[in-house]
Design a protein around this ligand. Structure first.
Ligand code: AKG
Length: 199
């Protein structure tokens, strides 16, 4: 499988691997249609003393008991895996060796939906989690940067897989910025580990 490996022992440029054609176009289209029917929620987040809508829709599926709290504010309780999500999880595990217990979906309805600079370092994932991110639908810019460095831009294509390797969340931040371009729906699935010990 074609891959762009941005993590090497000698030159740790970026601790990620990108697989542009992880899914065939046919499978990506099918999975996109499946994901549109998942249970999407408009969650509220509390930041800087204000409560506001999260600027995208979210859903979570996974093992029972793998509740997920992020930004000390948004609490997600997993629904039971759908078969298609389970198949995808197992396919990524077969490719990478990484194991996952939950998948969090993000639905970006337009260019105004986004996720700001952050790292995924919630204790419920254990230390140094590997996170696998599948992109479906419209292409959006993904930026990643060392905590005190300059961003690198990627275009995450329909059917692609981006792996953020263990350690990435400690050293790097990432985001999907807003865009004024006209873009239709994009769905992102992030498969994550979980300690199973609640939040
Ligand atoms: O939509 C994406 O590609 C990134 C999602 C993300 O950063 C997250 O769920 O933490």
């Amino acid at each position: 499988m074609q891959q762009l490996n941005l993590f090497t022992e000698s030159v740790p440029v970026l601790p990620i691997t990108y697989y542009p054609n992880f899914l065939s176009q046919e499978l990506a289209n099918e999975l996109y249609q499946h994901c549109l029917k998942l249970e999407w929620q408009q969650n509220q987040i509390r930041m800087l003393g204000k409560t506001m809508p999260v600027p995208r829709l979210e859903c979570i599926y996974g093992d029972a008991g793998c509740d997920y709290l992020y930004s000390n504010s948004v609490f997600l309780k997993p629904l039971t895996w759908t078969e298609a999500l389970q198949v995808m999880r197992d396919r990524i595990t077969a490719l990478t060796g990484y194991k996952f217990r939950i998948v969090i979906g993000n639905q970006y309805r337009s260019g105004q939906d986004s996720i700001g600079w952050h790292s995924d370092n919630e204790p419920s994932m254990g230390s140094n989690p590997a996170i696998a991110s599948v992109s479906l639908g419209s292409c959006r810019k993904f930026q990643i940067k060392p905590r005190d460095g300059k961003p690198t831009d990627f275009w995450l294509e329909h059917g692609s897989l981006l792996i953020m390797h263990p350690g990435c969340q400690s050293t790097h931040l990432h985001q999907v910025p807003k865009t004024n371009k006209v873009v239709s729906t994009r769905i992102n699935l992030t498969f994550r580990p979980h300690t199973g010990a609640g939040r």
